[in-house]
Design a protein around this ligand. Structure first.
Ligand SMILES: [Zn+2]
Ligand SMILES: [Zn+2]
Length: 370
């Protein structure tokens, strides 16, 4: 045993045993182990913790801002808050802890914490109970949503027709999906303020101009068509800078997949397969692929003839030659000679035909067009 000649300044014990102690801070290292453990705890926890929670969206206020935590219940939030507020002694070793939350009332959760660890080579146990007080508030975003705040409007319309419910539902869904995408990357400024049914389509009000642009792009990527935007001066900000609200007018293409049209630049009716970019389809006489000129962008001038789904099944009577077949007219039951498109399966006994005035066209079965 070496002698350092030092004595604990508090109790006067000789402290030469400390020469071999592995954990020691400069501060208070002169205390003997007993006095040291009396002076310091393994864990420091606050007497109580206050957590501000948005009652609308579950966001938690941290530092000076609201954060989406994605917690499924407030016990998780309380555990996280306690974890953040705990201070483990700098020299502590092998610290582990368990926590048993006790919901006292809707706004109070008592966190019973049990810690184990070591200080100066001594194994220690500590029990601490920290009450977590939840206060339910409304975060800035939910406040803005409730106040109807918006910076852009996406007007979903269609050229020469009304958008279908399917299209407007999907457009709304695309807006929410984009908000979720931004939210998961930490953006709390993106939200859908409201969606309104209006004459000719829907209006989607969105929190930022950027979001309006993104949603318009997503809609036209999926459905085809195009959008235009125009700005409206709404007000000035506190520095006198103009604040604009941007309207995005989205025009879905006039024709949709499954529709049969007679384009001006085609000498045969066409079953539309896609309206994204330039219109693409299948000619009902030749069976060949039709593509509208690129300049038309989203739609050629055309007459609407009907829908693939309107097709009627009838008997394929005979193959006349490489250009013609005979079918039974499903309404008059007379045999008619009509065009033989390339997609016709000449082995089948029946075909699906679409009537246009006095003419019949063989149309591909629905599952062949995808
Ligand atoms: Zn002492
Ligand atoms: Zn909120």
């Amino acid at each position: 045993m070496t002698r350092s000649g030092a004595f604990c300044p508090r109790c006067g014990e000789s402290i030469e045993q400390l020469d071999s102690a592995p954990e020691r801070t400069a501060k208070d290292s002169s205390l003997c182990t007993d006095c040291y453990l009396e002076e310091y705890d393994l864990i420091d926890a606050p007497d109580r913790i206050h957590v501000r929670v948005c009652s609308q969206c579950g966001a938690v206020h941290r530092g000076n801002r609201w954060v989406d935590v994605g917690a499924s219940d407030y016990t998780d939030i309380a555990i996280e808050a306690v974890t953040e507020e705990l201070t483990v002694h700098v020299d502590a070793g092998d610290v582990t802890w368990e926590v048993a939350p006790e919901q006292v009332d809707p706004t109070t959760i008592r966190m019973h914490c049990h810690f184990t660890g070591s200080l100066r080579g001594q194994s220690l146990d500590e029990e601490i109970t920290v009450p977590v007080k939840l206060s339910y508030e409304t975060c800035e975003r939910c406040g803005r949503i409730a106040g109807g705040s918006y910076a852009s409007i996406v007007q979903v319309r269609a050229r020469d027709r009304e958008p279908t419910d399917e299209e407007t539902d999907r457009a709304t869904e695309l807006a929410h999906e984009q908000v979720e995408r931004l939210e998961s990357s930490g953006d709390r400024d993106a939200f859908v303020t409201e969606v309104n049914d209006v004459q000719g389509g829907i209006d989607i009000r969105l929190s930022t101009n950027r979001l309006g642009e993104q949603v318009s792009r997503k809609i036209t990527q999926e459905f085809g068509g195009y959008y235009r935007d125009y700005e409206t001066l709404v007000t000035e900000d506190s520095d006198g800078n103009p604040v604009y609200r941007v309207t995005f007018a989205v025009y879905l293409p006039p024709y949709r997949a499954g529709e049969v049209i007679d384009p001006e630049d085609s000498d045969e009716p066409v079953l539309v397969r896609s309206a994204r970019g330039n219109l693409k389809g299948t000619g009902l006489v030749s069976g060949e692929t039709y593509e509208s000129a690129f300049e038309d962008k989203d739609a050629p001038e055309a007459t609407r003839l009907g829908w693939q789904a309107d097709g009627q099944e009838t008997t394929l009577v005979a193959i006349e030659d490489e250009n013609a077949v005979q079918v039974l007219d499903p309404e008059t039951y007379e045999t008619k000679t009509i065009a033989r498109p390339a997609y016709l399966d000449t082995d089948s006994e029946t075909v699906t035909v679409l009537r246009n005035g006095g003419d019949l066209y063989i149309i591909p079965a629905e599952d062949e067009t995808q």
